[in-house]
Design a binder for this molecule. Structure first.
Ligand code: ADP
Ligand code: MG
Length: 397
């Protein structure tokens, strides 16, 4: 039977099997790898702009991943190579590695090596070849996938025995201090802790993580990702502006973070805050509620009952937080009209991707209608593909 459109597509194609990656490794480095490790990308099911407000998020690891083939070396050199940029390996010495010395894509894996060294791990010299089928820059966290693949490989080959929660912080530190992106722990938590048929509920205040059942396949649903191809790079200002609004709102309410404001406190907050800040605050407070409610509904009724929560999340981001854009709104509307049970933009906003929970037999219809609607609106051709909740980072051979 022909798979639904978009099931195997996406921008980066298929991940090669282990043998093909091992062969490429041998061609590049002249010897066979010791093993292959894998770490998935992630998508956020619900809980947007709640992380830096000490709130709740609910991402899941997806069935698209980054793999790394590795062999230890006798010296202290780490050579990293990616099939994305297969010219020559980037090389660094573990004894003198400094954040300022690395740039470009190699900052992700070498950042993990640096972070491990900072944690006191005796990192051996290594040759590493990365390959990935996680689309880059589509909001599926190819960055966490490459960091976490590197982290689990180095953890094992260095005999460091760091726990998954410790590896989350290793990856975050690489991204914050070496890549220079001020991100939280959501992406690495999903990639390292995810499990098939589950989402990862994360309390960003306590950093407590818990698996929540998300058996989409058993319910006849898939997560359909609609990459609008709208770049969110110009959105840096918007992101910083929203963060500032949240901080201002919390300060004016006498709180250290918006986590401290329960929904019952919103009426009083409305009298204290200016109209725009109040709407920003209302998004965060109601979004935290929706994440918790989604977890309850998933546990008691299953995924087919969470559609309204996803829809409400989108409206809150569109109207209160104002981080959507015409392409995301169109994607969400068309997906819902064609049979998705719920849909919302996912990620930081101002572009990027939407997620729709779509019955398997409606995937093609949603795909075609979204592509048509984007054509009529003279938007760029979107990329649609489906993902399922999948296993977290691990050794694969
Ligand atoms: P996202 O995480 O949303 O995909 P980011 O901008 O955070 O987008 O991270 C993307 C960057 O991560 C890429 O530009 C590249 O530098 C790096 N990257 C991710 N996967 C790979 C890979 N397999 N090989 C080389 N670099 C990668
Ligand atoms: Mg990223």
């Amino acid at each position: 039977m022909r798979p639904p459109r978009g099931t195997t597509g996406g921008t980066t194609g298929e991940i090669p099997d282990g043998q093909a990656l091992a062969d490429r490794f041998r061609n590049a480095f002249g010897h066979a790898p010791e093993g292959i490790w894998s770490a998935p990308g992630r998508v956020n099911l619900i809980g947007e702009h709640t992380d830096y407000n000490d709130g709740f998020v609910l991402p899941f690891a997806i069935d698209r991943s980054t793999r790394v083939a590795v062999r230890r070396r006798q010296d202290r050199r780490v050579r990293v190579l990616s099939t994305f940029d297969s010219s020559t390996p980037v090389s660094a010495d573990t004894s003198g590695l400094r954040p300022d010395d690395v740039s470009g894509w190699s900052a992700y894996p070498l950042g993990v090596v640096w972070s491990m060294l900072q944690a006191g791990v005796d990192v051996p010299g290594m040759d590493m070849l990365f390959d990935s089928n996680v689309p880059v820059g589509a909001g599926l966290s190819s960055s966490a996938a490459i960091e976490c693949a590197a982290a689990v490989a180095v953890n094992e080959l260095a005999g460091a025995a760091l726990s998954s929660s410790e590896l989350v912080l290793i990856g975050q530190r690489a991204e914050n201090d070496v890549v220079g992106a001020p991100t939280g722990i959501m992406d690495q938590s999903a990639s390292l802790l995810g499990a098939a048929g589950s989402a990862v509920f994360l309390d960003c205040q306590s950093q407590h993580a818990e698996l929540v059942p998300l058996d989409l396949a058993g319910t006849g649903l898939v997560a359909q990702i609609i990459d609008t191809k709208v770049s969110h790079s110009h959105a840096t200002g918007g992101y910083a502006d929203r963060r500032a609004s949240c901080e201002r709102g919390a300060a004016e309410l006498g709180l250290s973070s918006l986590r401290g404001l329960p929904p019952s406190g919103l009426a009083q907050a409305e009298g204290v805050l200016d109209e725009e800040t109040f709407r920003r605050v209302r998004h965060v407070v109601t979004e935290n509620e929706r994440v918790q409610r989604t977890c309850q509904v998933l546990a008691t009724q299953g995924p087919s009952a969470i559609g309204e929560l996803l829809d409400a999340s989108h409206l809150s981001m569109r109207d209160d937080f104002e981080i959507s854009c015409p392409e995301l709104d169109l994607a969400v509307d068309v997906a819902r009209n064609l049979g998705a049970i719920g849909a919302r933009m996912t990620g930081g906003g101002f572009g990027g991707s939407a997620i729709a929970l779509t019955p398997v037999d409606r995937v093609d219809a949603v795909h075609d209608a979204v592509v048509d609607a984007f054509g009529h609106a003279s938007f760029e051709v979107p990329d649609l593909f489906t993902v399922q909740p999948a296993e977290g980072a691990r050794r694969v051979s």
